[in-house]
Design a protein around this ligand. Structure first.
Ligand code: BG6
Length: 476
C-alpha cells in the first residue's frame, strides 16, 4: 500500500535523530498528528535491515525520551512505519534503493506522495545530498504533476560564513525553491521565543515604550553549565560565535527589536526580522576590540579532537547596536558560553531611570530600574521588575517582581521545539524557519567580528564561572 506522506531522513544514525527527531515523531504519531498514512525512510552508511533499524530506533526513544513511552504497543506501531536504506554519499550508492523504497507499491513512474527530506547531517554535505535527491529522481522545484509536494528541512549551521552560506543556498536552490526550504534554528520552536512577538504585539501597553526613548539596554544571555561534550571536532571548526550567536543569539535579538509585521504571514514576519539583521551595525577592528570579549574555558584544549594550542572561543560577550530609528544608541549585549555557572537563557530589557530619583542615594536607580525579564529556560517565565517601598518608616525602595509562569498558568503540556517545527514543516508554515536573506545578513555581522579580530587569543576562564569576569568588568 502506498503511503501519502514520506519523510526521508538523511543522517538517520545521527545523535540529533536519536535524541530529538525520533522521539518527536513518535509522540506526534501517538497524538495523531502525523498524516494518516506515513512512512519514514532513514538513510545512513552502515548496512542494516529494516528490522534492525526499527529495533534501534525503539531503543533510542526509550533511552532519550522514556516519559513518552506509555505503551510498548504504541512504539511497535510507530516503528512499523520505519524503513532503512543504506546510502553512501561519497560513493553515490543507495540512490536507486531510495527511489525504490519511496516508490514501493505505487506501481507507476511518478510518485504522488508528499515528501519531506530532512537533512540531519553536517552542513557541508547538503549540496551533495540535494544532488543525490535529484539523481534519485525525487527532486523537483514544486509539486509532482499529480499534486504531491516536496520540501526540505536543513539544520543549522547554514554554512560557516557568508561565502559558504551563499554557496549552500545556491546549491539547494538548484533543486528546491525557497518556498520549499525549511531552515531550522530550534530556538524558534521554543514556546517562550514564539511568545516574544505575541507579548509585544498583542498588548497595547508595551509597544509605546519599546524604543530608545525608554529602554536603556537589552541583555541576552545563553549560558550552559556544560562544555562541548563530545563535539570537539565540530567546535574547532565553529566556535561559539558561529554555533550560538550567529543563529540563536541574533534571532532572539531580532524578535525583541523587529517592527510590527503588516500581518502574521510567514514572510511578513520574516521581512521585519530581515530588516533588523540588515540594521545591525557591522564591526570594525576598533569597535570589536572595545565591544567583543571572547573566552575559552580552562581545559578546553584537553578535550578530544581539540588542538593543544586552539584559539577557538567557547564564550563570547558582544555589544551590538541596531542602527535604526527605534533603537539607535541602545546596546544589545549578547553573552553566551559553555561551562558557565548555570544553564539559563533569558532576555533582560532594562528601562531608563525616572528623571528624578527621590528614594535612594544618588546614582542608585539601577538597583530598582524597571526591567522586563523574559526567561526562556530552564523556567518559562516573564517578570516585570519595579521599585516598591520597603516596609518600615523610611521611604526607601526595593526591587520586586510580578511574574507570569507558563507552567502555573497553563496546564497543557507544551510541545518541544521539534514537535512544533515538524508540524509546521508538514503543514507548510515557514514563519519559524530562517529565510535565505536572514542567513546571509546574520553571517555578514559575524564575519565582521571574525575579520576584525583575526587570530585573537581568547581569555581563559574557570569552569562554572561567568566567563573571563575581570576582563568583562574592565570593559563594561
Ligand atoms: C545548539 C548548539 O544549536 O543549541 C549547542 O549547537 C547548544 O552547542 C544547543 O548546546 C542549545 O540548545 P538548547 O535548546 O539546549 O538550549
Amino acid at each position: 500500500m502506498s503511503a501519502n506522506f514520506t519523510l526521508v531522513l538523511f543522517g538517520a544514525n545521527s545523535d540529533l535523530a536519536a535524541r530529538k527527531l525520533f522521539p518527536s515523531m513518535f509522540q506526534l504519531s501517538r497524538w495523531g498528528q502525523m498524516p494518516a498514512k506515513y512512512r519514514i525512510i532513514g538513510l545512513g552508511r552502515p548496512m542494516k535491515s529494516h528490522d534492525e533499524f526499527r529495533r534501534e530506533v525503539r531503543q533510542k526513544i526509550v533511552a532519550h525520551a522514556p516519559d513518552t513511552v506509555r505503551d510498548e504497543a504504541e512504539l511497535e506501531v510507530f516503528s512499523n512505519n520505519l524503513f532503512y536504506v543504506r546510502h553512501d554519499l561519497a560513493a553515490g550508492e543507495g540512490l536507486e534503493d531510495l527511489r525504490r523504497e519511496v516508490m514501493r507499491g505505487e506501481g507507476q513512474e511518478e510518485t504522488c506522495q508528499n515528501i519531506l527530506f530532512y537533512l540531519s547531517t553536517p552542513p557541508s554535505l547538503a549540496p551533495r545530498i540535494v544532488r543525490s535527491v535529484e539523481a534519485a529522481g525525487l527532486g523537483g522545484r514544486g509539486a509532482s504533476t499529480c499534486g504531491g509536494w516536496r520540501k526540505i528541512i536543513l539544520e543549522k549551521p547554514f554554512g560557516h560564513d557568508l561565502q559558504s552560506a551563499r554557496e549552500l543556498n545556491r546549491a539547494v536552490r538548484k533543486v528546491f525553491h525557497e518556498e520549499q526550504m525549511y531552515r531550522i534554528d530550534h530556538y524558534l520552536g521554543k514556546e517562550p521565543v514564539q511568545n516574544i512577538i505575541v507579548f509585544r504585539f498583542s498588548n497595547g501597553m508595551f509597544e509605546p515604550i519599546w524604543n530608545r526613548h525608554y529602554i536603556d539596554n537589552v541583555r541576552i544571555t545563553i549560558a550552559e553549565d556544560f562544555g562541548i561534550r563530545d563535539r570537539g571536532a565540530y567546535y574547532e571548526e565553529s566556535g561559539l560565535l558561529r554555533d550560538i550567536i550567529q543563529n540563536h543569539g541574533l534571532q532572539l535579538l531580532a524578535s525583541v527589536a523587529m517592527e510590527p509585521p503588516v500581518d502574521l504571514s510567514p514572510d511578513a514576519v520574516r521581512d521585519e526580522k530581515g530588516k533588523v539583521f540588515r540594521s545591525v551595525r557591522l564591526f570594525t577592528p576598533e569597535s570589536a576590540a572595545r565591544d567583543v570579549v571572547l573566552g575559552q574555558y580552562e581545559g578546553y584544549r584537553q578535550e578530544a579532537h581539540v588542538a593543544p594550542d586552539s584559539r577557538v572561543e567557547t564564550f563570547a560577550s558582544v555589544k551590538f547596536f541596531v542602527d535604526n530609528w527605534r533603537w539607535m544608541g541602545v546596546p544589545f549585549h549578547i553573552k553566551a558560553g559553555k561551562n558557565l555557572a548555570e544553564t539559563v537563557t533569558e532576555i533582560v530589557i532594562t528601562f531608563k531611570c525616572p528623571p528624578q530619583n527621590f528614594f535612594g542615594p544618588p546614582g542608585s536607580c539601577s538597583y530598582t530600574a524597571n526591567q522586563i525579564v523574559i526567561r526562556i529556560q530552564p523556567e518559562e517565565t516573564i517578570a516585570i521588575r519595579f521599585g516598591t517601598k520597603r516596609p518600615g518608616e523610611s521611604m526607601v525602595t526595593d526591587p520586586v517582581y510580578m511574574k507570569f509562569d507558563y507552567k502555573a498558568s497553563f496546564s497543557k503540556v507544551g510541545l518541544t521545539p521539534y514537535h512544533r517545527l515538524l508540524i509546521d514543516a508538514m503543514s507548510g508554515d515557514q514563519m519559524h524557519f530562517i529565510r535565505d536573506d536572514a542567513v546571509e545578513s546574520s553571517w555578514t555581522v559575524i564575519d565582521s567580528i571574525k575579520s576584525s579580530l583575526p587570530d585573537i587569543e581568547p581569555y581563559p576562564y574557570a569552569v562554572h564561572s561567568w566567563g573571563p569576569e575581570s576582563v568583562l568588568q574592565a570593559q563594561s
